[in-house]
Design a protein around this ligand. Structure first.
Ligand code: FDA
Length: 392
């Protein structure tokens, strides 16, 4: 074992939240991460362009046992603050839709920015480094870390846990934060995959690749976004969003014609082009491959002129309230986030410090605060990292 080193702050995890906390903590900070590169999830996020925040961020865009906990941190570090930082680093960006901001270039620009900010603040980032054990005594924390076979003891006054959740184990997610919380007697709420595609074995494979705007509803929440059929089931932003509200065994509802104009369009076609097949007219409103599939499910046949207005209304009602029960989700293998986590009851909303364990902070995805799809999860990482970093 190498000589014991005493530092002020040890941050576990060089991801979004950990690096951001390092950028705001005083010097004498060491950040460790077992990965060989920092911010790997940032690098792959937003299709490689990182949807780094959302201008419409509001408390209602987050799930968690306490709907008020995240308000304080989010109000003290806003999307505009992050945008200001991005601007100072000369990173070009654009708004895609619904307030979602993306880099014009690569997501790696955000990683480089965070590394530069952490370095400027005097933090040292040690990669390929594992936490072997951690304990607390009267003088603070004692951590044993291991970098490529070499062990070292660190003594730190504060420890910030920023090791993320369980999503995408292939990218290094370990659930370490929950184990540390349990070790120190802190409650952890039930964790499950969020922002994840639904599985429907053998049902939608022929429709794989078809996409359309829908209104999806599950667990009392509705989202108007695109839905994508995959060979495994249903994905696309609308499905990812409602997956965070869905529980195993529950139904989801899909409105395939959310603009509300389908019935009128079919009745107009009945008057103007009555000899056209119902399927043909429907395919002017919905993707043709989906209409083929629906024609089998709903036994659609005949010309549009053969349909009574009541039959058209009944068909449209069923297309606007298509109910089905997913077999499950693709799980942590592809989930963008982990729902649940370190209970917010145990943390200070101002500093993210455990109330019962002075000096121990939890930030980012490991906390029971989960954002919608659209840049909200990074905004939570920045805001919670800022709250802990500035409190140190
Ligand atoms: P994060 O996962 O970023 O960092 C945790 C760090 O801890 C990692 O570097 C990991 O290696 C390290 N670690 C874990 N266990 C360890 C251990 N035992 N020892 C040492 N180190 C350990 N959000 C968003 O707002 N906009 C977006 O565009 C996207 N896009 C996106 C795409 C994909 C494919 C995924 C999977 C996720 C997203 N997200 C997203 C979600 C976003 O990536 C996520 O919310 C944040 O990265 C969470 O930040 P954290 O710092 O909490 O964890």
């Amino acid at each position: 074992m190498d000589r014991t080193t005493t530092i002020e702050t040890l941050i576990l995890g060089a991801g979004a939240a950990g690096l951001f906390a390092a950028a705001h903590a005083g010097g004498d900070t060491v950040v460790i991460d077992h990965a060989k590169a920092p911010g790997e999830k940032i690098r792959i996020s937003g299709g490689g362009r990182c949807n780094f925040t959302n201008l419409r961020t509001a408390p209602g865009n987050f799930l968690g046992a306490n709907p008020h906990f995240h308000k304080s941190a989010l109000s003290r570090y806003t999307p505009w603050d992050f945008l200001d930082l991005v601007g100072r680093h000369g990173i070009a960006w654009h708004e895609k839709t619904l307030g979602q901001l993306f880099c014009d270039g690569r997501a790696t620009q955000i990683v480089a920015m965070l590394m530069a900010e952490a370095e400027r603040a005097g933090a040292e980032v040690r990669l390929r480094t594992e936490l072997v054990e951690i304990a607390r005594d009267e003088s603070g924390f004692r951590a044993v870390i291991e970098t490529e076979g070499r062990r070292q003891e660190l003594r730190a006054r504060r420890v910030v846990v920023a090791t993320g959740g369980k999503s995408i184990p292939k990218m290094g997610a370990t659930g370490l934060a929950y184990r540390i919380a349990a070790q120190f007697g802190l409650p952890v709420t039930e964790t499950r995959p969020g922002l994840v595609p639904f599985t429907f074995p053998d049902r939608f494979a022929p429709l794989s690749g078809v996409s359309l705007p829908v209104r999806a509803t599950a667990g009392g929440a509705s989202f108007d976004e695109a839905m994508l059929f995959t060979h495994r089931g249903l994905s696309g932003p609308a499905m990812l969003q409602v997956s965070s509200y869905w529980h195993e065994g529950e139904e989801i509802a899909v409105d395939l014609a959310p603009s509300g104009t389908l019935a009128q369009a079919l009745k107009d076609a009945k008057r103007r082009e009555g000899r056209k097949a119902l399927k043909t007219v429907l395919a002017q409103q919905l993707p043709a491959r989906l209409v083929d599939h629906l024609a089998t499910e709903h036994a659609l046949s005949g010309n549009i002129a053969d349909q009574s207005d009541r039959a058209i209304d009944a068909l449209c009602d069923s297309l606007r309230n298509w109910r089905m029960t997913p077999a499950g989700t693709e799980g942590y293998r592809t989930a963008e986030v982990t729902l649940g986590g370190v209970s917010t009851d145990a943390l200070s909303s101002k500093t993210m410090e455990a109330k019962a364990v002075p000096g121990l902070h939890f930030i980012g995805e490991c906390v029971d605060v989960t954002g919608w799809l659209g840049g909200y999860n990074f905004q939570w990482a920045w805001a919670s990292g800022f709250a802990a970093g500035t409190a140190i």
